[in-house]
Design a protein around this ligand. Sequence first.
Ligand code: NI
Length: 217
Amino acid sequence: MNQQSILNKTVEHVKKTLSGEGSGHDWWHIYRVWQNAREIGVREKADMFVVELAALLHDIADWKFHGGDDSKGPKAAREWMISCGVDEITIQHVCEIISEISFKGAGVASKINTKEGMVVQDADRLDAIGAIGIARTFAYGGHKGREMYNPEIKPEQHDTFDQYKKNSGPTVNHFYEKLLLLKDRMNTRSARELAESRHRFMEEFLVRFYAEWEGRQ
Ligand code: NI
C-alpha cells in the first residue's frame, strides 16, 4: 500500500473507532488535530507521513478512558500500522510520539524530542485551547460528573502525572491547571503564533464567566 492509501485507510479506521465519543475526544477532535498538524507540519518542514499517522492515531486508546493505562494507545496504534504494512522505523517513531504526547500535569516535563512529535503535540494542544478548547473542557467535565465551577475550591498545581490523573476539581480550575499554560509550552514557532488569539479568547471568557456568576454584566 502506498502512503496515501495507508492514510486514507487510517482515517476510516479512526472514524469508525471514535465516532460518537461524547467527551471531546471523538473523531472530530482527531480531524481538527490532523488539520492543525498538516498546517504546522508543512510550515516546519516535518516528515508529513509520520506527522499525519501520529495525529490520526494519537487518541486511539487514550489513557483517560482506559483506567489510566497509558500503554494502550501505542499498542493499538502499532497493531493497526502493522496491519497496513507500515515500515518498522515509522511505526516506532509514531508510537513514541503517541506515548509522549499527552499533558501529564503542570509540573511534569514533556519528553518530546523529534520535530514530528513537536508538531503533533502542538496540534493537539491547539485543539485544547480557544473556543473549541472551552467547549471540550466542559464536555469532558460533564462526562466525569464534575462541578462546572465552585469558587470555594482553588486550582492545584500537579507535580506528578498520578496527581494529575486523580484530579477531580471543578472544570473551571482546569483552565489554570492546564489550558492557560499551553500557549507558552508550544514547541514550534508556527503553533505559538496560532495559539495567541485562542489564548486571549479564553481569558476574555473567564472574565465574563466570573462577572456573570456574580450577576454583573
Ligand atoms: Ni488529543
